[in-house]
Design a protein around this ligand. Sequence first.
Ligand code: ASP
Length: 439
Amino acid sequence: MSEVKVVKFGGSSVADAIQLTKVKAIIDADPARRYVVVSAPGKRYDGDNKVTDLLYLCKAQLENNIGCEQVFQVIGDRYKAIEVNLGVDCDMKDELDAIYKKLVSGGSKDFIASRGEYLLARVFAAFLGYDFVDAAGLVCFDAKGRFLEDETNEKLAAELAKHDRAVIPGFYGTLPNGEIHTFSRGGSDITGAIVARAVNADVYENWTDVSGFLMADPRIVKNPKPIDRITYSELRELSYMGASVLHEDAIFPARAADIPINIRNTNEPDNPGTTIVAEVSGPSDKIITGISGKKDFVTISIAKNTMNNEVGFIRRILSVFESYNVSIEHLPSGIDTLSIVCDKKYVEDCLSDIVEEIERKYKPDKIEVHEDIALIATVGRGMSSRPGTSAKLFGALAKAGINIRMIDQGSSEMNIIVGVDNNDYKDAIRAIYSEFVTE
Ligand code: ASP
């Protein structure tokens, strides 16, 4: 069977006719690129607006009894300019009039937001000469808005089998009552992944405005090396890094069907980007795949003699956090010690209450709080097979004079997480990078 690629283009790739012309060249360059998923037009330049934001704004203005003609006009002008500049005719004016009518007569927020993708898919399908296949009725949610994986897969697979080449709008689907429902923001990535699964694609290409992932944040490390291949599990461990490039929920459908995701750059189409795969066979030639991190965590360290003999101690401590609705990021522990690491924003208002409650109810020998902690994850499938990796990492931090406040190593031996003071965050990342990445 011939190769099939699903290609998804994000907002900046479809922002105007110039970008869409680049996109067409990318699609035409490879006959395997048969199914195209699009976002709504994003920003054309710094300070510009995303169409989706403008659509939400229209709805918000109407809810506050402010007219939305002007904002809607701006949206309409963008689509009409795209239609004219691409030289196609797809009744954009009639489409826009119909949407405006629905908008002012109480069309739902999700319906209005979804029209960004809908209109773009229509005009772009005409430009490519591909079929337009609406996501409505094919991408399915239950009455509570939860995505229905299997039902969607069945319906999409059956419909797409009838189309040799098609453009499908991202971001939305339908509820059982036929109303439009959207994924969360950035959700066209998810549509791309479910289309890839439905057509059993060989690869899911996700085209954006960066050439994949880099081994570290380029604002911290100068010219970090690109990551050419990364496994799904490594990416999950590096989630602080990947989140801004790919919607986290897009991973699961592709992973379930074992379809690699290739992150590519519309403005640099020759760059091979990063491929996310299930497994990489054979040993890795690199010890680490990437480093990522985030500032502003809090650690609460509890020491209690013979903690390990006291049945249910850890559960009781955690229940205090649960009662304040605080989610926990990491839980490194020793025989008589336990550290709880959480995002500062979740405990800002309740930290002293939590500490007081633990002291009062569970009488630890010692409880210490460190605020302003940064977490740094050093991740690599090559780490597990190489003894001495942690020694190397800790040595690099010691050489740089950085005090380690917390250590947590995942059971897969694929990641080492260290907590350092917020102030040491950048230096720590630089020290780890230069220790492991040599020319
Ligand atoms: N247009 C939607 C958003 O701005 C969905 C997407 O682009 O993926 O969030």
